[in-house]
Design a protein around this ligand. Structure first.
Ligand SMILES: Cc1cc2nc3c(=O)[nH]c(=O)nc-3n(C[C@H](O)[C@H](O)[C@H](O)COP(=O)(O)O)c2cc1C
Length: 486
């Protein structure tokens, strides 16, 4: 298990939520979100610093009130395929929704990315918080939460089965004997589930990581259970050490309850890192950057997003916050919308006050001199509030300061790597490669038949796959049955 701090980097070019005017910064090209050279530059910088991964967020419904990056950006898997060709070691993680993709298509694309990148692919599984996405995929209405998360769990389950279609050694490619494929190592999927029906097999060999790394980012009870049961890493927001520690403990105890090793679920809050010569100067830079956040009107427009892009401009700004709007969040970002409404109700806020509070400066915990930032990151890590961080690149200059000034301190303390030790994203993260279920079933059958325990041990899968946590290596018989009958 990697015991240094995991670091990802979030690339949101011209500005994500709450950053409508980030693109005005002269350091950010106006077309950063659609320019492959800009992404490449940041990814190569991250790779030179031996960071673990780059993360590409995504959604598929916009309005004129969407932030600049969302209005005009590259599709994640296409982008990551290009980055795969221009980088060598850094992990490549992209968001893809289980609500508007079919498992065969997505499993194939992530397996392809894993092969193209030689084992660096990661999938951030989301269910689409933007209810309007339905209208772009031939549906009148977005799925309700139970269906969204039911589809997500089944989607991951069947994707894992598809990724096991071929055993690792299914292709002898032996010119002398003329044997290209060993057909006994190719397996149909035969999945008949509540949401998907898939015969399989997948038409691509098992990729270097076996299964690309799975991330998850939902915060509702359903989202937490999905992550705890199926994900290798959880993306979340950073608020405070006690709050994030409680979140991490909750996810890890849910993972243990699902029979998993909690150390194999990494908690990665997003971190806005700002480095100055002194703590005071860094706070000043943070305040200066805040000027590039949202104007009141932009914040009023963006407040609609968790509520299915409900139009708040139609309301009296000085009347009590219209709590009845929560109904519009039912199939959107319900968890976030509920928090907004409950806060407004309990504090007796008007709509104007809610918008003002949301667009006021919110000091990040990770702002200060390089020493202060390193201390804070270490404190969060040692307290168990985070296994690592997803660093928001506010400006390339700030990203460079993090790399040049903060990372060396962490390296000195043994908390950050100076060079990659492994080749795959799983290796960077200290996660085992899943054993192919059919290979495992063959080994188990051989072991059961063998009277000599030494023979049984010899027939077990060898190499790094053997390191898989037994709790996570679903017993072959039950896992096959699960995928046939689910
Ligand atoms: C840190 C973080 C990152 C997220 N990234 C995305 C994303 O890239 N695309 C997306 O559609 N949703 C994203 N989400 C939203 C969630 O996947 C989920 O749809 C949303 O939070 C609503 O579900 P919930 O009520 O379970 O949280 C993100 C959420 C968090 C907390």
């Amino acid at each position: 298990m990697a015991r240094h701090i995991t670091f990802g980097v979030i690339l949101t070019g011209t500005g994500g939520p709450g950053e409508h005017n980030r693109w005005l910064d002269p350091e950010i090209p106006g077309d950063a979100s659609v320019d492959i050279d800009w992404y490449t530059e940041q990814a190569q910088l991250a790779e030179q610093a031996a960071l673990d991964l780059v993360f590409i967020v995504d959604s598929q419904f916009i309005t004129p009130d969407s932030p600049p990056h969302y209005l005009n950006r590259l599709e994640p898997l296409t982008l990551l395929s290009a980055l795969a060709a221009r980088t060598e070691r850094i992990g490549l993680v992209g968001t893809a929704t289980t609500s508007y993709n079919s498992p065969y298509n997505l499993a194939r694309r992530f397996a392809s990315l894993d092969l193209i990148s030689r084992g660096r692919a990661g999938w951030n599984v989301v269910t689409s918080g933007d209810a309007g996405t339905a209208g772009n995929y031939s549906r009148d209405e977005h799925y309700d939460y139970a269906t969204r998360y039911g589809r997500a769990a089944e989607h991951i389950t069947v994707s894992r089965a598809l990724w096991d279609s071929y055993e690792d050694d299914a292709f002898p490619r032996d010119r002398e004997s003329g044997v290209f494929l060993d057909p006994t190592k190719l397996h149909r999927t035969e999945h008949r589930g509540e949401h998907f029906s898939i015969d399989g097999p997948l038409n691509i060999e098992r990729s270097p990581q076996g299964h690309p790394v799975i991330f998850q980012a939902g915060d509702s009870t359903e989202g937490r259970d999905l992550g705890a049961q199926h994900a290798d890493g959880i993306f979340t927001h950073a608020s405070s050490i006690p709050a994030n520690k409680a979140f991490a403990d909750d996810i890890k105890s849910r993972a243990a309850a699902f029979g998993r090793n909690p150390e194999h679920v990494l908690i990665l809050p997003g971190a806005k890192i700002i480095v100055g010569d002194t703590d005071e100067q860094a706070r000043q830079i943070e305040l200066d950057q805040h000027r590039l956040s949202n104007t009141f009107d932009q914040a009023l427009g963006e407040l609609g997003r968790p509520f299915g892009w409900h139009d708040f401009r139609a309301y009296d700004l000085d009347a009590p916050f219209p709590v009845e709007v929560l109904v519009h969040a039912e199939r959107s970002f319900k968890t976030q919308a509920t928090q907004i409404v409950e806060h407004a109700r309990s504090a007796g806020l008007t709509l104007r006050q809610v918008v003002e509070q949301r667009s006021a400066p919110h000091p990040s915990p990770f702002v200060g001199s390089a020493e202060t930032v390193a201390d804070t990151l270490e404190e969060w890590f040692r307290a168990g509030a985070a296994d690592g961080f997803n660093v928001y690149v506010s400006t390339p200059a700030q990203f460079r300061r993090f790399i040049d000034e903060v990372l060396p301190i962490l390296r000195e303390r043994g908390l950050a790597r100076s060079a990659y030790e492994g080749r795959t994203l799983r290796e960077h993260l200290g996660l085992p490669k899943p054993v192919n279920r059919h290979t495992a079933a063959r080994a188990a059958a051989a072991a059961a038949e063998s009277l000599d325990p030494a023979d049984a041990a010899a027939s077990a899968p060898a190499g790094p796959t053997a390191a898989l946590d037994p709790a996570e290596a679903a017993t072959p018989a039950s896992s096959v049955a699960q995928f046939v009958d689910a």
